[in-house]
Design a protein around this ligand. Structure first.
Ligand code: SF4
Length: 476
């Protein structure tokens, strides 16, 4: 099938940053000629990766429904299948290529089906070349900067029968009012900013999601108020690094002020991810102390406990600075649960470096942690760093770390024994459909028995047993 290349991803362009950036903001308007294109047709979105991708998929769903497509869970029934990809680790990419491969037969039986690839993998030069050369069943490739163009791209592919490639590697812009179909109706992600300028040496995100750019406080408050009025019980403010909110705006307010204003809208539960220790400040702690509806849960990625490795990662803080920050949070916000991200096996991580990480876990006694073995990302500075550490030793370190994380998670969860906790109900438990599940304010997963329970209810649950990563109980 013929190709139409509008733009291809370019790592050199994606690397560029401007000190004085003037981020264009526009308001999305649906082209009416596209609103009936999907009548009588169905779409399916497969989402990989982080919360930012979950939220982007809600926009893709909103755009497809604005074209009159209806959602389906069945691949065979879909007329449009979008895979929203993740590039944070190699295995995430291999999984996506496997999925695209599986669609080849389906496409053969349904040649008018449109298969689209979006997300961070589509922002990578090498990945798009592979899709272009080897996966001819893919009709549209678009990136993280032009999701709002999806309707036009689908029309183009449908009518021209060409494969369309449109991926921009640029600083990025902000497009407001893109229609979104929320995947659940009781809690919602709210983007406050996009992109990242931290350039941690192992991370592909600054190259796939562009420069840090903040939405206006007014647009964010309008979205939160709208969600509250629609009956949502919980919102989570979203950004690769929410603490940097507002630094690119010509205003004197930052994340602390935004958090306080969002909490004052009055929605039951306010959360936020992800925080970078480097940008953490007193205004945030003040907002978290002053507003009871900001949930007592903080995700504070560490990545490593070794100064040597933190420096090589370009994390911009030392182990001591991180410890001091945790001390401050424990002093000012004693009831907060703290979780983290840790990478083991960074290039040439020594036994001593790894022990520093274990010591930091002993110091912080986290409620939980997302732990990973370092995954080389082409184009990042760490990808060319010498590394003589065998993969087997890296895997071994991960096991040792996970065991320790499990012990502290269990220790922290034991505090909830015989306690009555508030749970926002997400639905039937994955483990047992006679029980329900949801999360406490500390973001603890609870499985519980109860009668007449509805998704979105906030119920009181008496805890009867505690596991490392979940609690059990019965509804009062
Ligand atoms: S802060 Fe670092 S790890 Fe997080 S998205 Fe930015 S570059 Fe990646």
């Amino acid at each position: 099938m013929k190709k139409k290349i509008i733009e291809m991803p370019c790592l050199n362009e994606a690397r560029k940053r401007e000190v004085k950036k003037d981020i264009p903001t526009s308001v999305f308007k649906m082209d009416d000629t596209l609103s009936k294109l999907g009548e009588g047709k169905y779409y399916l979105i497969i989402t990989h990766g982080c919360q930012a991708n979950q939220r982007d998929s809600e926009s893709m769903a909103g755009l497809l429904e604005a074209m009159s497509y209806k959602p389906t869970e069945e691949k065979e029934k879909a007329d449009v299948i979008i895979i929203n990809t993740c590039a944070v680790r190699q295995n995430a990419e291999e999984k996506v290529l496997g999925e695209i491969g599986d669609l080849k037969k389906l496409k053969k039986n349904k040649p008018d089906m449109i298969i689209g690839i979006g997300g961070c993998m589509a922002q990578e030069e090498e990945a798009v070349k592979i899709i272009m050369e080897k996966y001819h069943q893919v009709d549209v490739v678009f990136g993280t900067h032009n999701i709002a163009n999806l309707p036009k791209l689908i029309k183009d592919a449908t009518e021209s029968h060409q494969r369309i490639f449109e991926v921009f590697s640029k600083l990025g812009e902000i497009v407001e009012d893109v229609p979104a179909t929320r995947f659940v109706n009781h809690k919602a992600w709210v983007n406050i900013m996009y992109g990242c300028d931290k350039f941690c040496t192992y991370c592909i995100v600054p190259y796939t999601r562009g420069t840090e750019r903040s939405r206006s406080m007014e647009d964010i408050l309008n979205e939160v108020t709208d969600l509250k009025n629609k009956g949502f019980k919980e919102i989570c403010l979203l950004g690769q690094n929410v603490n940097a909110y507002g630094k690119d705006l010509k205003t004197d307010y930052g994340f602390g002020e935004l958090l306080d204003r969002v909490a004052k809208v009055g929605i039951e539960r306010v959360r936020f991810v992800t925080s970078h220790p480097w940008d953490f400040d007193e205004t945030m702690i003040k907002a978290m102390k002053d507003n009871a509806n900001i949930m007592p849960y903080l995700h504070l990625p560490l990545q490593s406990g070794s100064d040597h490795i933190l420096h090589k990662m370009n994390r911009r803080y030392t182990a001591e600075q991180y410890r001091n920050l945790v001390d401050l949070i424990r002093k000012e916000l004693p009831n907060y649960a703290i979780t983290t991200d840790i990478i083991v096996g960074f290039p040439n991580e020594s036994d001593e470096d790894f022990n520093d990480t274990l010591k930091m876990v002993d110091y912080c006694k986290y409620d939980n942690a997302f732990t990973f073995v370092y995954s080389k990302r082409e184009g990042t500075p760490a990808a060319v760093m010498p590394d003589s550490i065998p993969q087997s030793l890296k895997e071994e370190r991960l096991q040792i770390l996970n065991k320790k994380i499990g012990e502290y998670a269990n220790m922290n969860n034991q505090k909830f024994m015989d306690q009555v906790v508030e749970v926002l109900v997400d639905g039937k438990s994955k483990k047992n459909d006679k029980t329900y599940s949801g999360y406490t304010p500390e973001n603890k997963l609870v499985n519980f028995t109860g009668e007449n329970v509805a998704i979105g209810d906030i119920v009181k649950v008496k805890i009867t047993s505690c596991m490392s990563f979940s609690l059990n109980g019965y509804m009062l």
